[in-house]
Ligand binder design. Structure first.
Ligand SMILES: Nc1ncnc2c1ncn2[C@@H]1O[C@H](COP(=O)(O)OP(=O)(O)OP(=O)(O)O)[C@@H](O)[C@H]1O
Ligand SMILES: [Mg+2]
Length: 602
């Protein structure tokens, strides 16, 4: 079936046209993007002499019919948009119908292509926009391009090309950007017969490691935020691993690489004070935004994007990254106050954005140890263990502040810890006085964090124990769930799970000891729900299993009906290395300062 149309003039004129092909790397980029748009799962790129002699891109995408094979080289020939409105809902890499026309105008192109409905494919040889050969050819489903003699008819451009290593660096850069925007695709890059990259379909973290080196695994701090305006995911590089070059900075919008000095500024600001002045932050940031709220059609290379709500995205980026750095104990505890939730009401969407205010409560330091050393250690904030003695100090009311408020005589309080009760409200929040005001602890998140830390530690020490169920648990499972169970069974056994599958029935005989009876079923559901069949990264899967165990444990009925049990939970929480955020990145502790209480009571 033919699918390519020639765009009518009114649409063609709306498209940012210009010099699409500036150097060999532009050809590589356009061809790989076309392969991705064609649904390819395997793309092989073969380069000779940095593209001066040969650029070959082979894909296993949907291919083209015989008519389309000819049409695709015409200007404004595209299968990707039809109406002017389509320009505002672009989900493909291409949409201008410019690339192949531009490439074939300045080079010799041989293309072979076949769709699954055709027995034989089509070969086209086109030179300086003239089709010199069109014939049937035996070839696999998909499309292959061979570009030779680039700029043969534009000698000025050919002479302007830089030395081979520089041109190949440009090719490699384009390849890396595409590889990062589609980790699910198998990609190879070969130069002069040497394999440069052989990337297998994987999760993003693994793709980054495959493009860089194994040591990058420890350098990445995950970031994640979901708001009505944008979803932001990805990684930033830990401050101590930032470098003097800008090479490791990547923004993607709906899986398309773009450049933005404005958003780069937000990230630089988030790293302020954490990295040396001459270093640049490293990041891999993926945004998902409604296509109606962005304009890709600004620049011929499509690397400049206009955002309708760029000020909000700036603020969201800044605070998300600050929070992630804080969560991973890289920055001192930051009190994010109201910014942790980004459900932005419609009424404020039209207002100008201001930078988020970040409050650092310098007085709040529950980790102060007896020798007066601060909680901030070389391992990061919060790694110092607190002893119960510290709590006396922590719980006592800040008298200085108390006296400053108004001229009431100080209340005569028995100076002992027991006199201050802890309350559990709404079966969820522990409220307790602290030295600087009031402290609120999210009880379930605290339990989740404690279970997470405990399980992780036991796994590291290889002392995770298993409990045999008196009454095996039976669960009906889908084919997909069976696959997940079987694929990850070795790992699940390490956690203490044992079970068998027969006729879509999973019978679980043993589970991790840490799980309470009422959480067992929920936990297995969560594991089968969150693991994906494709996942191959063991540490990632392990983390997901631990998260499931922690979550299910936190969801069970809370047994916090005495002051003693609440105290025990609070003490245990502060023994965890990270007690400010739950393993899913939610805040566990919030403090309301005396100043805020005073302000509220004015
Ligand atoms: N590898 C491929 N597999 C299948 N179809 C392809 C492939 N490459 C190109 N095509 C078809 O040829 C058309 C023209 O490609 P071309 O790259 O010139 O334009 P485009 O991708 O639509 O837009 P842009 O100029 O923005 O890249 C595409 O719309 C697509 O239908
Ligand atoms: Mg294209």
């Amino acid at each position: 079936m033919d699918i390519i149309n020639l765009l009518p003039e009114n649409i063609a004129n709306q498209i940012a046209a210009g010099e699409v092909i500036q150097r060999p790397s532009s050809v590589v980029k356009e061809l790989i993007e076309n392969s991705i748009d064609s649904g390819a799962l395997n793309i092989d790129v073969n380069i000779k002499d940095a593209g001066k002699t040969l650029i070959q891109v082979v894909d296993d995408g949907k291919g083209m019919s015989s008519n389309d094979a000819e049409k695709c080289f015409k200007r404004h020939a595209t299968s990707k948009i039809k109406t002017p409105n389509d320009l505002y809902r672009i989900t493909t890499k291409g949409f201008r119908g410019e690339a192949l026309a531009s490439i074939s105008a300045i080079s010799h192109v041989e293309m072979k292509t076949r769709t699954e409905n055709q027995e034989t494919g089509t070969l086209i040889f086109i030179k300086g926009s003239n089709i010199e050969k069109k014939e049937d050819v035996v070839c696999p489903i998909g499309t292959s391009f061979e570009i030779k003699n680039l700029f043969f008819n534009v000698p000025a451009r050919r002479n302007f090309l830089k030395k081979e290593s520089t041109e190949f660096k440009h090719i490699q850069d384009e390849f890396i950007r595409i590889a990062l925007s589609h980790p699910e695709i198998n990609l190879t890059l070969t130069h002069n017969g040497a394999e440069i990259f052989n990337l297998h379909s994987s999760i993003l973290r693994k793709r980054i490691i495959n493009l860089y080196t194994e040591s990058w695994n420890d350098r990445l701090v995950p970031i994640e935020e979901s708001t009505e305006i944008a979803t932001i995911k990805g990684f930033v590089v830990k401050p101590e691993h930032t470098r003097r070059t800008r090479g490791d900075q990547f923004f993607f919008i709906n899986n398309r690489f773009f450049k933005s000095s404005y958003f780069n500024h937000a990230i630089t600001k988030a790293f302020e004070g954490l990295i040396k002045k001459e270093n640049f932050p490293g990041y891999f940031i993926y945004m998902e935004i409604n296509t109606k709220k962005i304009d890709i059609n600004v620049h011929p290379t499509k690397t400049e994007i206009k955002f309708e709500e760029e000020k909000y995205i700036y603020s969201i980026l800044l605070s998300t990254i600050k929070r992630s750095l804080g969560k991973y104990n890289i920055t001192p505890t930051i009190d994010f106050d109201k910014e942790s939730s980004f459900d932005i009401p419609n009424s404020i969407l039209s207002q100008a954005a201001s930078e988020p205010i970040i409050k650092v409560n310098s007085k709040f330091n529950p980790f102060k140890t007896k020798d007066n050393s601060k909680g901030l250690t070389n391992k990061g904030f919060g790694s110092a263990k607190s002893s119960s003695v510290d709590w006396d100090n922590f719980y006592s009311i800040d008298e200085e502040k108390e006296n400053n408020t108004e001229n009431y005589p100080p209340i005569d309080i028995v100076n002992s810890l027991e006199s201050f009760s802890k309350f559990l409200i709404k079966d969820s929040y522990i409220i307790t006085p602290s030295k600087s005001g009031l402290m609120i602890i999210h009880a379930r998140r605290a339990i989740e964090q404690m279970t997470y830390s405990e399980t992780l530690k036991s796994l590291e020490n290889k002392c995770l124990s298993s409990q045999k169920l008196l009454f095996p648990l039976e669960k009906e499972v889908s084919i997909n769930e069976i696959n997940i169970w079987e694929q990850n069974y070795d790992l699940l056994k390490k956690f203490g799970y044992r079970g068998i599958i027969k006729n879509n029935l999973l019978t679980i005989k043993s589970v991790p000891s840490i799980l309470q009876e009422e959480s067992i079923s929920e936990c297995i559901d969560d594991i089968l729900d969150t693991l994906e069949y494709k996942e191959i990264d063991e540490s990632h899967i392990t983390n997901k299993i631990i998260l499931s165990i922690a979550k299910s444990t936190a969801m069970k009925k809370l047994n916090l009906n005495t002051n003693k049990s609440i105290q025990a939970l609070v003490d245990k929480l502060f023994q965890c290395e990270n007690h400010t955020y739950s393993p899913r990145g939610k805040k566990i502790i919030e403090t309301i300062s005396l100043k805020e209480i005073e302000d509220k009571l004015k």
